[in-house]
Structure formats: C-alpha cells, structure tokens
Design a protein around this ligand. Structure first.
Ligand SMILES: N[C@@H](CCC(=O)N[C@@H](CS)C(=O)NCC(=O)O)C(=O)O
Length: 208
C-alpha cells in the first residue's frame, strides 16, 4: 500500500493507524501547494481530488477521505481493535466521532491555515467555534474515559490527536481542558505516534 501524505497534515491520522497495525506501506510525499509528488509527477493523476490522504492499494485502487481510509485499514486487522465490528452499536459510535471530527473540527481548522484568504473576522469565528466544540463536546467525553470509545484506543483517537496537534500549533490554551491535555499527552507517547512523527519530520527536511 502507498499512503500519499503531507507532513503534519490530516494524513498523519492514517499514517499513525498504519503503524499501529504494523502493516507494510510506503509513504509518498505530496506538495500541496504545487500538487506535485517528490519525483515531479502530477498528484491529480493519482486521484482527481488531489488532496491528502489518499491510500493506494497494491492492485492500484485508491481510497480517499480520512474516515473511510482509517476504517478500511482497521478492518484489515480486526484483532487490533482499532475499530469495533461492523454492524455493532459501537461501530456507529465510532462513525459518529469520525464524522464529528471531520465536519466539526477538521474543516474549521482547515480554514485557519488560510488567514489571508478568509480574513481576521473569519479566523476569530472559526477559532471560537473550535473552542466551543472542544470545550463542550470533547472535554466532557474524555473526563471519565481514556479514549473516545472508552478504554480502547481506536482510529477516531488517531484522528482527534492530529486535530489537537493543530490546536497546539494555533496556540489554543490547553490549560482550560485538563482531560484533553492528559489524552493528548497519553497518545503522543504511543510508539506508533512517535514513529509517525519521526518519519514525517524526516520527510519534511528532505528536498521536495
Ligand atoms: N475530506 C477530506 C479532506 C482532506 C483535507 O482537507 N486535506 C488537506 C490537508 S489536511 C489538503 O490536502 N488540502 C489541500 C487542498 O484542499 O487542496 C478528508 O477528510 O480526507
């Protein structure tokens, strides 16, 4: 499998999941500004969406959309329990979280990466929205739970963790969220997460 990724982007979520599962994979770096791969190839030829993450299977088929990719990966190794079994209530709960993260957090954070295009008012609007979602939804969900679904780390935690790395970079005040702080620190120490960060830092340093 190949994971098309950009260092520090939302593709870090499936990257972590691949490492958690111990699956063999190749990282292919994408320059999102030029939509080019490191060898100069056009990323649009891999997938018309031309955004990361894209997972390419060994038979050439591609999967886009982070929440779909991580569930596909988790189902390859059900014993690792990164996703509850399909058809169960718990699986629906996982999908509820994945959809919340993608629609309510990811897309609002996405806007913050383009302050010049959206303007100061919109930046303040999306920051306030994110603070509200994190404070009112995520913090209470983690107050008595190690992970979003309880005691088990799942693909939703890998995705939320990436959102929290962005919150850190945008200097959100974690002091107001003790449960989120403990959660973030716990996940940051997982060997798969450390290895993914190391690989992405290395890739970032390499010339495009
Ligand atoms: N709906 C997609 C969104 C992915 C996305 O927003 N990717 C960003 C990086 S975090 C990207 O590639 N942006 C470049 C672009 O939109 O052209 C998903 O959930 O996977």
């Amino acid at each position: 499998m190949k994971l098309y990724f950009t260092p520090g982007a939302c593709s870090l979520s499936p990257h972590i999941v691949l490492r958690e599962l111990g699956l063999p994979f190749e990282l292919v770096k994408v320059d999102l500004a030029t939509k080019k791969l490191a060898d100069g190839a056009d990323f649009k030829a891999t997938h018309p969406k031309a955004y990361v993450p894209i997972l390419q299977l060994d038979d050439g088929r591609t999967i886009s959309e982070g929440p779909a990719i991580v569930q596909y990966l988790a189902d390859l190794k059900p014993d690792a329990k990164l996703a509850p079994a399909n058809g169960t209530f718990e699986r629906t709960r996982l999908q509820e979280w994945l959809n919340f993260i993608t629609a309510e957090l990811h897309k609002s954070f996405g806007n913050l990466f383009h302050p010049d295009s959206i303007g100061e008012k919109a930046v303040e609007y999306f920051k306030a929205k994110l603070h509200a979602r994190l404070g009112a939804v995520v913090e209470p969900a983690l107050a008595n739970n190690e992970y979003l679904l309880g005691a088990q780390f799942t693909v939703a935690d890998a995705y939320l963790y990436v959102m929290l790395t962005w919150a850190k970079n945008f200097k959100f005040d974690f002091g107001q969220w003790p449960a989120i702080t403990r959660y973030f620190e716990r996940i940051a120490q997982r060997p798969a997460v450390l290895a993914a960060h190391e690989a992405e830092t290395l890739a970032k340093k390499k010339a495009a």
